[in-house]
Structures are given as C-alpha cells and as structure tokens.
Design a protein around this ligand. Structure first.
Ligand code: SAM
Length: 275
C-alpha cells in the first residue's frame, strides 16, 4: 500500500470523478427521501495543495487549478463552489459531506492507517458522516442495501494491484445482487483502449443493465518522466445513473476539457440502458 492520493488530488481525473459524484448527489437531493453515500476507498478527505507532494507532481495545478475562471450552473457550478479556489482540495468524502442534508448519511472507508486518521479528523465536524478503518471491498456487502434504499457507492481504488479491475467488477457484481437499484460509480485509469473496453464488458457481465462510461484523455505528450508514469486518460463507469446524467456530463466536459488541455478529448457513451 504505497499509494498516496496527495500526489494526485485535484488532478484531471479527480475533477471528472468529483464532478460526476456531484451530479449524482444533486439528483438524489431532488427528492426529500434520505439517501446514503458509501465511499469504499475514501482517502484522507482533504489535501493541502501547498504540500510538497502536490507541488512535486503539479497535478492539481493542471487539474482544478485550470478551472479558476469557469462560470457554470448545475453540477459543474456546485462542484467548483465546493472544490475550487481553496488552499485545500476536498476528496470525495468531503465533497459528499458538503452535499448531505440532515436526513442523509455518508460511510467512508479507508484502509491505510495514516490516511484513515486524517480522514477521521477531516470528517469530525461533518454531520451524519462516519469514517471506518478497513478494507472497503470486504465491508461493502454488509452495508448493502442501505436502509434508505437510495444512494450511491463510489469505488475508487488505487490500482496498485494487478487484479484491481477484477476486484472492482466483482464488488459491483456482489453489490448489484444485494442492491439492484443502487447507483455505483467506478473509477479506473485508461492505460489502453483494449483494457478499458474489456473492463466495460466486465461491468455488463457483472449485471449492470444501465451504465454510462465517461473518458477524458488530456493527451499528455510525455506520459513518463524518469521512472514515474503519468496518467493521460481517466475513466469512469456510472451504473444506474439518473436520467439526464450522461447529457449533463457531456456538456460539462465540453466546457472544461479545453481548459484542462488543448489536446483533451472527452467521450460519454451509454454502455447499456437508456441515456
Ligand atoms: N476516493 C478518494 C477521492 O476521490 O478523494 C481517493 C481515493 S485514492 C484513489 C484510493 C485510496 O484507497 C487510498 O487512500 C488508499 O490508501 C485506499 N485503499 C487502498 N486499498 C484499500 C482497500 N482495500 N479498502 C479501502 N481503502 C483502500
């Protein structure tokens, strides 16, 4: 477990992931009935952008840092209000916590002890938010279906392990068996089209009947610096996403992709079910 999100927080992949999470939460807030958010790989919750690790990679500067002047309504506007312009970048649990109403609930799970300690502190003041130390994959089945019967599960692992794609697809398969109507948001790195397409197929094999895939490639010219490989393309699959989600993501990405990189290309496609 060497992965530390502090190197990457606020990068273009976080922007797409957190924008999608915001869009889903805004949809859930349209009805008064309570919802649950389960974040299986939560990270430390808040990231100091002046941290030496953020400065070393420059990823936040090339991600959220490029969106300073954006004016937008809808999910993009709310995401930027929550995440933009500050000295700290909020991770997924803090973004979710910012959008919880008194009746809603967040469970954020983190395995790494230092990251968990930071997460617990970051969520200490948040109402209805619980940090749990442990393995998010192992904990997930017991949390499903949530008593609220509405909500979203974010599965955002570090992709350090060779079998992470398989582990994610299996978590979805178990998750859908327990909670067929739940919204599941899965993040993955796009390192090759073949691997990403195979993963999309696995998501359908896992039982997803309604799925939207979002890709953003920022067209990095030098994906490798020394021994470090930089990510050029990010992927997300949203299962059971609300009506209108794909179109909202298409429009928001069309607005921000050119700001993230002159070479950026985004696609939002329906893998299964209606748009
Ligand atoms: N979701 C966070 C966000 O958007 O702000 C970022 C999460 S980061 C990509 C992945 C996190 O998962 C790391 O903090 C890592 O320590 C943690 N992790 C790794 N394996 C885990 C597991 N099996 N269960 C829970 N957390 C895990």
């Amino acid at each position: 477990m060497n992965y530390r999100h502090a190197y990457h927080a606020g990068n273009f992949a976080d922007v797409v992931k957190h924008l999608a999470l915001t869009a889903i939460l805004l949809h859930l807030r349209k009805k008064a009935a309570p919802f649950a958010v389960i974040d299986t790989h939560a990270g430390r919750g808040t990231y100091d952008l002046a941290d030496e690790r953020a400065a070393r990679t420059g990823e936040a500067a090339n991600g959220i840092g490029k969106l300073g002047g954006v004016q937008a309504d809808g999910a993009l506007g709310d995401y930027l209000r929550i995440a933009g312009g500050g000295a700290h970048y909020p991770g997924s649990p803090l973004i979710a916590a910012a959008l919880l109403r008194p009746q809603d609930r967040l469970v954020a799970i983190e395995k790494h002890p230092d990251e968990f300690a930071a997460l617990k502190a970051a969520l200490a003041g948040a109402r209805n938010a619980r940090a749990e130390e442990g393995d998010g994959y192992a904990r997930l089945p017991a949390l499903l279906p949530p008593p609220e019967r509405r909500g979203v599960v974010l599965i955002d692992p570090p992709f350090e392990a060779d079998d992470e794609f398989a582990a994610q697809a299996e978590a979805l398969r178990i998750g859908l068996r327990r909670w067929a109507t739940g919204i599941f948001l899965l993040w993955f790195p796009v390192k090759s089209a073949a691997e990403a397409n195979a993963f999309s197929g696995e998501i359908l094999n896992a039982g997803a009947k309604k799925a939207v895939r979002i890709d953003l490639d920022v067209g990095l010219e030098a994906p490798t610096i020394g021994t470090r490989t930089r990510l050029s393309a990010t992927g997300l699959i949203a299962v059971n996403a609300p009506y209108g989600f794909a179109e909202e993501m298409r429009e928001a990405l069309a607005q921000i992709a050119p700001l993230l990189s002159a070479k950026a290309e985004s696609t939002v496609r329906v893998l299964a079910g209606e748009d």
